[in-house]
Design a protein around this ligand. Sequence first.
Ligand code: NAP
Length: 253
Amino acid sequence: MRGVLVTGASRGIGRAIAHAFAAQGDRVCVHYGSNLTQAEATVAALPGEGHVLVGGDLSDPAVASRVAQFAQAELGGVDVLVNNAAVATSQANAHPVAEVSYDDWQRIWRQMVEVNLLAAANLSYCVARQLIARGAPGRIVHIGSRGAFRGEPDHPAYGASKAALHAFGQSLAIALAPHGISVASVAPGFTATERVADRLTGASGEALRGQSPFGRVGTPQEVAAAVLYLASPEATWASGTVLDLNGASHLRL
Ligand SMILES: NC(=O)c1ccc[n+]([C@@H]2O[C@H](COP(=O)([O-])OP(=O)(O)OC[C@H]3O[C@@H](n4cnc5c(N)ncnc54)[C@H](OP(=O)(O)O)[C@@H]3O)[C@@H](O)[C@H]2O)c1
């Protein structure tokens, strides 16, 4: 049984990841940003026992440190960190360069970089240092995005933050391998979570499903299965990888 910290796990992909670890017998610390009610429901629905809940805005480095300390204390050690929390794309935070004001451009860039990249970097630091101090083999998995490769014209800060997250994972994989710690990323394409459910109806839904030759979008459970593999002992040799999960909708060399 391992201790697993999953950030942004009150709903969506994070919740599916928390559920997948719990179902294989691990203890999970479910982190949430602002959605306490949903996070409580997520923890209550997890199989097994000993799961805990912690909240906090990860754009604050002190909060990231506190979350890592809480998880370590409550789980008796964090063996797996999944950096899933992110400011995802929405109409409200679109910032196409030709249209957005300079003030909004700066505000949205700062927000996305602080959460999607710096929070993941800070949590990775804290958990890696705990693992090194314990002499424990560990796993860090970042939830990146297809957008890092395909481009995000309406959300360039999102695409850039995810590309940086992938690159950060590769640097960390080399730095932490001597300590027995593996680091990998997944890069999901469009995934059907409650946040994006409205985009899956009507013509926009048809277009999104048409991106993949399978004629559908991904599921949170498919992302969770990949994270479970990358966090497994068998995946040590996959350290440094960025695993595409996009139904062949975007192929790269
Ligand atoms: N769904 C997709 O199509 C898709 C595609 C590619 C990649 N991804 C990536 O997959 C991950 C999960 O996406 P999702 O679709 O499940 O999105 P989501 O439902 O919006 O989940 C992300 C969670 O991050 C948390 N969060 C946001 N800002 C935070 C902050 N400042 N501090 C702490 N927590 C914060 C939120 O927690 P609260 O709700 O509790 O505030 C939110 O529930 C993200 O990294 C996303 O970029 C998603």
